[in-house]
Write a protein of this length. Structure first.
Length: 299
């Protein structure tokens, strides 16, 4: 599988952090290439649930929500398992967890593009939840995350925007990621959910997800999920905020945080009118055939 590796392309320092596998960039730290290589044959159970995201779209947030829905002791705050242990990444598996040994229902998270997905997911029984977010906010969140947490990324926003729009980042091109999943949605048992929708109506979003998962929570439990999935709560909860896991799980040496602002529209504090216009033009061209609902500018 060495042939599949086209990473570290001697381009710029920013790319030292990346490994390209079958056309998609992954962070090379803690990357489980063997798993990626055998992903097609990954055995899927009917009650598996997969969270799929492009990076910086609310992955950890949704991991927390799913944990709270599924695990009562997580909801009651009496379990000491961290979110990442309850819902492991498929492609980054530093603890070498044997996924086949995990009890059902298994919950997973991944940034993989649609074309790398395990074949068994197309049986339409296992569930997939795709979380997406305004790509301008994704880009700004990604810029800070890369600058603060990755070893060799740029601290220049103009440069980062170029990398983002060329897909020279983990997850490759945002447009390709979302289009791949959306255009093939009929192959999966999939629910799309927007970060902005969760921000605007967390309770409604949790209910929507529960319905999709066939889970019924009491009003009291629903309240607990909503309460514990707020930005402030998660930021201060060591089980949810990944702060202690940065090194062991992601091999990150720097002292940044996954929790930055958690807001809608932070791009307005980063992008000039000209940059915004350029982005909008690309967005309109790339997304013209995708009738997904976008409510980006909502406050
Ligand atoms: P910002 O950098 O804009 O603050 P991911 O988990 O996919 O890496 O996404 C990280 C982004 O989700 C960060 O965005 C982070 O602050 C935001 N986030 C995490 N938990 C959140 C929550 N409970 N509510 C709102 N945003 C949240």
């Amino acid at each position: 599988f060495q042939q599949a590796l086209i990473g570290n392309r001697n381009m710029e320092d920013t790319n030292k952090f990346l490994t390209k596998f079958k056309g998609c960039y992954f962070a090379n730290i803690q990357l489980n290439l063997e798993m990626l290589e055998n992903l097609d044959d990954f055995e899927i159970r009917d009650d598996d649930v997969f969270i799929i995201t492009y990076p910086k779209s609310g992955t950890i947030w949704f991991q927390q929500i799913l944990c709270l829905i599924y695990f009562e002791e997580h909801r009651k705050g009496i379990g000491n398992l961290e979110t990442v242990e309850r819902i492991p990444f498929i492609e980054y598996n530093p603890q070498k967890v044997d996924f086949a040994e995990r009890p059902s229902p298994r919950l997973f998270v991944t940034h993989i593009p649609c074309y790398l997905v395990p074949r068994g997911l197309k049986n339409k029984k296992a569930k997939v939840i795709y979380i997406y977010r305004n790509p301008k906010d994704v880009m700004c969140s990604f810029f800070h995350f890369s600058k603060e947490l990755t070893p060799s990324s740029t601290d220049n926003f103009v440069e980062f925007m170029k990398l983002f729009l060329e897909g020279e980042v983990v997850g490759s091109l945002w447009f390709d990621h979302i289009k791949g999943w959306y255009e093939h949605k009929s192959l999966f048992n999939i629910q799309f959910l927007m970060y902005e929708e969760m921000k605007k109506d967390l309770r409604g979003s949790v209910l929507k997800v529960c319905k999709f998962l066939g889970k019924e929570l009491s009003e009291e439990d629903l309240d607990a999920v909503v309460r514990q999935a707020t930005f402030e709560n998660m930021k201060n909860d060591p089980r949810a905020n990944y702060d202690d896991k940065l090194k062991t799980c992601f091999g990150i040496q720097k002292k940044g945080h996954f929790f930055r602002k958690g807001t809608i529209g932070d791009w307005k504090n980063h992008m000039t009118a000209e940059q915004n216009e350029k982005f909008d033009k690309i967005f309109q061209t790339e997304m013209k055939d995708i009738p997904l609902k976008f409510i980006w500018d909502m406050n």
